[in-house]
Ligand binder design. Structure first.
Ligand SMILES: Cc1ncc(COP(=O)(O)O)c(C=O)c1O
Length: 464
C-alpha cells in the first residue's frame, strides 16, 4: 500500500495509466469517457502535441526561474496573449499575475483588491462580500469567501466571518416559480440588490470587494443568473467604489462559449481570476488579471504588490499555458463551443423524461443537472441517499466521468452532477457520452423507483 494521502480514505481510486483525446484508461485497462474534463480542467483533452512540445522545450531550456530574479519569455508572451482576449477595462494597462491554481488565483485577487485600497489611501476597506452558494477555493482566504457549508464546517473557527448575499439561483427562486426555473428579471435584480444592502450594513468605507462566479460551478451545478443580474451588481460596485472580482477559474477561456463568461452579461469586472482551463491541466497554472485602473494604483503608488509564490510565473507552466491558449485561438474553439451549445442542451433537455431530472442548466459546454425526488414539487433527495454520488458512481461503472456536487439548498440537501466535456469532443464521442449517461440514468431510475417516463412524455411516445 502506498503512503499517498488520499482525498477519502474509504474510497478506492483507480490509477490512471494513459489518456488520449477524451478517453482515459486505468491500470485495470478500463476506459472512461471524460464527460467533465476532470474537474472542468482538461478543456483540450489529452495528447495535444503542441502543448507537450512546448513543455519539453521549456524544460530543456530553463524549467524554472524565480520571479524575484528573472522573468521568462513564456510568461511575458502569455500575459500579452491573455490581455488581448480580455474585456475593454483590461486593455491599455491591464496586467496578468501568474500563480499555480484556482485557490491561489482567488487569494491573489483578494490581496490585490486590498492592496489597491492601501495604495489609493482607503485603508479602512477590508471586507469581501461573496455569495451563498458559491465556491472560490480550498485555501483559508478563498474558503472564507466560499458559500458552501460542508466545505466550511470543519474550518469555521479559523475562517473570517462571512459577509454573504444569495446567489441568483433561479430554479429555486423564492417567488415560488413552478416546476421550471424562474425567468422573472425582477427576481434577479432583487438578488443583486442584496449587495447594496450588505454594503450599507457593513459600511461602504469598509467594503473592498465583491467576488462571484459569473455562472456558479461546483457549488451549484452551472447555475446561470438572469441576464441583467451582473449589470446591476456592476452598478452597485461602481456606486460604492467596491472592486468587482469575477472568479472565472472554471468558466474562463471558452468553457461557456465566450472568452470570459462575464461577457455574456455585459458586465466588466475590475479583477478576473482564471485557472483550470488556462493550461488545460497540462501544467498547474492560474492567472489573475488586473484592469488598467487596478494596475495603475500599484504602478503609480508604491510600485510593489506585497505578495508572491515560489512558483508565480513558472516558465514551464507558462509555456504550457501559452501553447494551450494558442491552441484554443488557432482552432477557434471558443466559437466552436458557442455553436455546439444549442445541440448539447437540446440533448440534455431530453433527460427530463425522468421525473428526478429537476433542472437542466448551464452555458456552452458547462451543464448542470439538478436531481430531485419529484420534478413537480422540487423536493430534494434525502442527504443520506447521496444521489449525486450514487449517480456519478453508476456513470463511472458505465465508463463515463461526471462531476458530482451537493449541499447547495441548505448546507446538506441538494444534488447535482455537471457534464462539461472537453471542447474537442467529436460528434460520435458526444453520442457515446449521452449513451453512457442514459445508461447510468436508467439504472438510477430503477434505484429511485422512477421506471416510467413522465406522463405527458409517455403520451407523446405512445402517439408516435
Ligand atoms: C470558481 C472556482 N474558483 C476557485 C477554484 C479553486 O481552484 P483550485 O482547485 O485549482 O485551487 C475552483 C475549483 O473548482 C473553482 O471552480
Amino acid at each position: 500500500m502506498s503512503a499517498f494521502f488520499p482525498r477519502n480514505f474509504r474510497k478506492r481510486y483507480p490509477v490512471i495509466k494513459s489518456a488520449k483525446g477524451v478517453w482515459i484508461t486505468d491500470t485495470d485497462e478500463k476506459t472512461y469517457l471524460d464527460g467533465c474534463s476532470g474537474a472542468v480542467v482538461a478543456n483540450l483533452g489529452f495528447g495535444v502535441k503542441e502543448i507537450s512540445d512546448a513543455i519539453t522545450k521549456q524544460v530543456e531550456q530553463a524549467p524554472f526561474a524565480h520571479t524575484s530574479q528573472f522573468l521568462s519569455e513564456a510568461a511575458l508572451r502569455l500575459a500579452d496573449r491573455i490581455i488581448e482576449l480580455a474585456p475593454a477595462p483590461f486593455q491599455n494597462g491591464g496586467r496578468v499575475y501568474f500563480a499555480s491554481g484556482g485557490s491561489e488565483a482567488v487569494e491573489t485577487a483578494l490581496k490585490m483588491a486590498r492592496g489597491f485600497f492601501v495604495e489609493t489611501g482607503e485603508p479602512t476597506r477590508n471586507i469581501v462580500i461573496s455569495r451563498w452558494p458559491g465556491y472560490h477555493g480550498a485555501t483559508l482566504g478563498a474558503l472564507s469567501a466560499t458559500g458552501h457549508l460542508a466545505r466550511r464546517k470543519p474550518y469555521l473557527p479559523v475562517l473570517k466571518a462571512p459577509a454573504m448575499i444569495h446567489t441568483d439561483y433561479r430554479y429555486r427562486c423564492q417567488c415560488g416559480a413552478g416546476p421550471e426555473s424562474c425567468y422573472n428579471d425582477r427576481c434577479s435584480i432583487q438578488r443583486a440588490d442584496e449587495l447594496e444592502e450588505a454594503i450599507l450594513l457593513h459600511g461602504p468605507n469598509n467594503v473592498m470587494a465583491f467576488i462571484g462566479e459569473p455562472i456558479v460551478g461546483a457549488a451549484l451545478g452551472a447555475a446561470v443568473p438572469g441576464k441583467n443580474y451582473w449589470q446591476r451588481i456592476r452598478e452597485i460596485c461602481t456606486k460604492y467604489g467596491v472592486l468587482l472580482i469575477a472568479d472565472e477559474v472554471m468558466t474562463g477561456l471558452g468553457r461557456t462559449g465566450a472568452n470570459f463568461a462575464m461577457q455574456h452579461f455585459n458586465a466588466d469586472p475590475d479583477i478576473i481570476a482564471l485557472g483550470k482551463g488556462v493550461a488545460a491541466g497540462y501544467q498547474p497554472l492560474s492567472a489573475i488579471l488586473s484592469s488598467a485602473k487596478v494596475s495603475a494604483a500599484f504602478e503609480a503608488g508604491s510600485g510593489v504588490f506585497e505578495h508572491g509564490f515560489t512558483y508565480s510565473g513558472h516558465p514551464t507552466s507558462c509555456a504550457a499555458g501559452l501553447a494551450a491558449v494558442q491552441y484554443v485561438i488557432d482552432n477557434q474553439l471558443v466559437t466552436h463551443v458557442a455553436k455546439r451549445e444549442y445541440d448539447f442542451f437540446l440533448r440534455l433537455e431530453t433527460l427530463k423524461k425522468w421525473d428526478f431530472v429537476g433542472d437542466v442548466r448551464g452555458k456552452g459546454y458547462l451543464a448542470g443537472i439538478e436531481l430531485v425526488k419529484s420534478r413537480d414539487t422540487k423536493e430534494p433527495f434525502p442527504q443520506s441517499f447521496k444521489a449525486n454520488a450514487v449517480l456519478s458512481e453508476l456513470a463511472r461503472e458505465e465508463g463515463l466521468l461526471v462531476y458530482p456536487g451537493s449541499g447547495f439548498i441548505d448546507g446538506s440537501l441538494g444534488d447535482h452532477i455537471m457534464i462539461a466535456p472537453p471542447f474537442v469532443i467529436k460528434e460520435d464521442e458526444m453520442e457515446e457520452l449521452f449513451k453512457r449517461l442514459e445508461a447510468a440514468l436508467t439504472r438510477f431510475a430503477v434505484l429511485v423507483g422512477d421506471t416510467f417516463p413522465r406522463a405527458e412524455l409517455k403520451q407523446t411516445l405512445l402517439s408516435v
